[in-house]
Design a protein around this ligand. Sequence first.
Ligand code: ACO
Length: 325
Amino acid sequence: MPVGILGTGKYAPERRLTNQDLERIVDTNDEWIVSRTGIRERRIAAEHEATSDLAYEASVRALAAAGITADQLDLIIVATITPDMFFPSTACILQDRLGAKKAAAFDLSAACSGFIYGLANASGFIALGAYKYALVIGADTLSRITDYTDRNTCVLFGDGAGAVVIGQVPEGRGFRSFELGADGSGGEHLRLPGGGSRMPSSERSIAERQHFMQMNGREVFKFAARIMGNAADEALRKAGVAKEEIDLLIPHQANIRIIQASLERLDLPQEKCVINVDKYGNMSAASIPLALAEAVEDGRVKEGDRIVLVGFGGGLTWGASVLVW
Ligand code: ACO
């Protein structure tokens, strides 16, 4: 039996950080942010909320949509670059909170591509017959690692979570292909250097703001504009699906210009693409699953639709998948 998505769920914190709010924090303006990125506002986690809390809310909804209970789960994968802490993993914290007693659990670090990496992992376990149900979550609280004195980055990021339950689906549906990749030589363009074994936290690392994301926006932009099309093309080729057959594209929501470049490359009209970057900004691993869950809620996804998921991120990494809903 093929493997596919049985239910989706999303969660975004209530607090909104608008471009007008940012105008009061750094030297920027709404016109610059909208024209360069397409972003108008992002969600920011409350002080008491950490990544596992966002993941929990999305997971409860995905389980309900799939019609299964947490104790039926065999596996939990949380894709994140902002875990609650180094260890225990956010997946283990979530496993306990959900009461998913028999589930194995681990975190996966592939930045914004993490959710697609997670889907590929989980569907592999299910296709092998090792597991029946897996919960895959993309969740990030980027506001905690965003430098709100750096206008180059702080306008881009927000917090959120998206979750899916995956398992066996009827013939003709499910995942058709995965295309994953990495280019570690570009890692320096997008990173958070402080706090790991290379640069443990110290007064100096804190003073130098090494515990915040650092980004070479132009390099990441060039990489993203190229790799989104390449990854999607490769996933389509592996699936034996032609560009004209795509019903819905769900790209990583980093920047409207990068999304438009992907649409041009795939020759797709904008109405075949889910775009919510204006409302949430870039939520790293959460962007794709939250956009998918939103599209499902809005009735934009119909049985038999051919869907392409595609993303890129720190690492540098990329991932794409073709599935039939
Ligand atoms: N407000 C006003 N001006 C700004 C701002 C701001 N918020 N940020 C930068 N500028 C200025 C710059 O200082 C620069 O001024 P200068 O020419 O005097 O030096 C000018 O605007 C133009 O800067 P560019 O970097 O050329 O602007 P660009 O059009 O490339 O847009 C952006 C910048 C939006 C960051 C773009 O490069 C981008 O989207 N890159 C990809 C980023 C991305 O997707 N990162 C996430 C990866 S996913 C992950 O793993 C988390």
